[in-house]
Ligand binder design. Structure first.
Ligand code: CIR
Length: 261
C-alpha cells in the first residue's frame, strides 16, 4: 500500500451555490436541501482536505450555477496536463471557465470539444490507466478525443459501461493502485483486470464513492458498514456528514480536484 503522498497537494473546491436546490437529478427524487447545512458540511470537508495535507483553493461561489460545488466534473487533472471537460448536462457547461482559469496556473490545458461530452465523475485513474464511464453524461466522442490525446503521454484509456447510476465513480473508486471500492451491481468488475475489490455493503449501494489520499479516505458517514470494510483493509476513514450534497446526487470525490502542484 502506498504511504502518504509527498510534495504539495492542491485541492480545488468551490463554495456551495445558493441555487443548489435547482441541481440536476437523474436517479434521485428532489427533496429540500438546507443550503446553510450544506455549506457547513462543505467547510468540514475542506478542513479534512487540509488535515490530509492539501492546500485548499476555494473558488468563489457561482450563484447561477446550481451544481457548481461538484468541481470534479469540470476537469481531469493529470501529471502532464489538465483536460477541461464538456459536461453532459447543458446546465453545467458554464462551470468550466473558472476552473480552467484556476488550473492554468498549474497545468497546460486541453479541452474536450463538441460533440464530445465528458463529466470528470466518469474518469477513474489508477496508475497510468484511465477508465472512462460511458454514461448518460459522457459519450464515445469524448472517449475518442481522450484516446487520441493521452496514449502518447503513456496513459491507457479504457471505456467502461455504467448502468443504474450517474457516473462511473458513483459505482467504483480507487482506494489504492491495487484496490477498488465497488458496487458490482452498477459496473462489471471484469472491466478492471488484476485489481482487488472491496465491495460495498448491499444495504449501501451509494457507498462506492470515496476520496482516497494516501492510506486515508474521506468517506460519507451515511455508509457505516462499507466504512468498516475500508478500515479492515487498512484505510483510515474520515467519515463526514454529507447529507445535503448527497441529495444533489453528489459524492465525496465530486467536491474537489486533488492533484500534485
Ligand atoms: C449532477 O447531476 O450533475 C449533479 N447534481 C451531481 C454531480 C455529481 N458529480 C459527480 O458524481 N462527479
Amino acid at each position: 500500500m502506498p504511504g502518504p503522498p509527498v510534495g504539495v497537494l492542491i485541492a480545488v473546491t468551490r463554495q456551495v451555490s445558493p441555487a443548489m436546490e435547482r441541481c440536476e437529478l437523474t436517479h434521485l427524487q428532489r427533496v429540500p436541501i438546507d443550503i446553510g447545512r450544506a455549506r457547513k458540511q462543505h467547510g468540514a470537508y475542506e478542513q479534512v482536505l487540509r488535515a490530509l495535507g492539501c492546500r485548499v483553493e476555494a473558488l468563489p461561489e457561482e450563484p447561477e450555477l446550481p451544481d457548481s460545488v461538484f468541481v470534479e466534473d469540470t476537469a481531469i487533472v493529470l501529471d502532464e496536463l489538465a483536460v477541461i471537460t464538456r459536461p453532459g448536462a447543458v446546465s453545467r457547461r458554464a462551470e468550466t471557465s473558472s476552473v480552467a482559469r484556476a488550473l492554468a496556473r498549474y497545468r497546460k490545458l486541453v479541452r474536450i470539444e463538441a460533440p464530445g461530452t465528458l463529466d470528470g465523475g466518469d474518469v477513474l485513474r489508477v496508475g497510468r490507466a484511465l477508465y472512462v464511464g460511458v454514461s448518460g453524461r459522457s459519450n464515445r466522442g469524448a472517449i475518442e478525443q481522450l484516446s487520441a490525446l493521452l496514449p502518447p503521454l503513456g496513459y491507457r484509456v479504457q471505456p467502461v459501461a455504467v448502468h443504474g447510476c450517474l457516473h462511473l465513480k458513483t459505482a467504483v473508486t480507487r482506494i489504492t493502485d491495487e484496490a477498488l471500492l465497488i458496487n458490482p451491481r452498477w459496473v462489471d468488475r471484469r472491466s478492471f483486470a488484476g485489481m482487488h475489490f472491496i465491495e460495498v455493503d448491499e444495504a449501501e449501494p451509494f457507498g462506492a464513492n470515496a476520496l482516497a489520499i494516501g492510506n486515508r479516505a474521506i468517506y460519507p458517514a451515511s455508509h457505516p458498514r462499507t466504512a468498516e470494510r475500508l478500515r479492515r483493509y487498512g484505510i483510515r476513514v474520515h467519515a463526514l456528514d454529507m447529507s445535503e450534497t448527497e441529495k444533489a446526487e453528489g459524492g465525496v470525490s465530486c467536491c474537489s480536484l486533488v492533484f500534485a502542484a
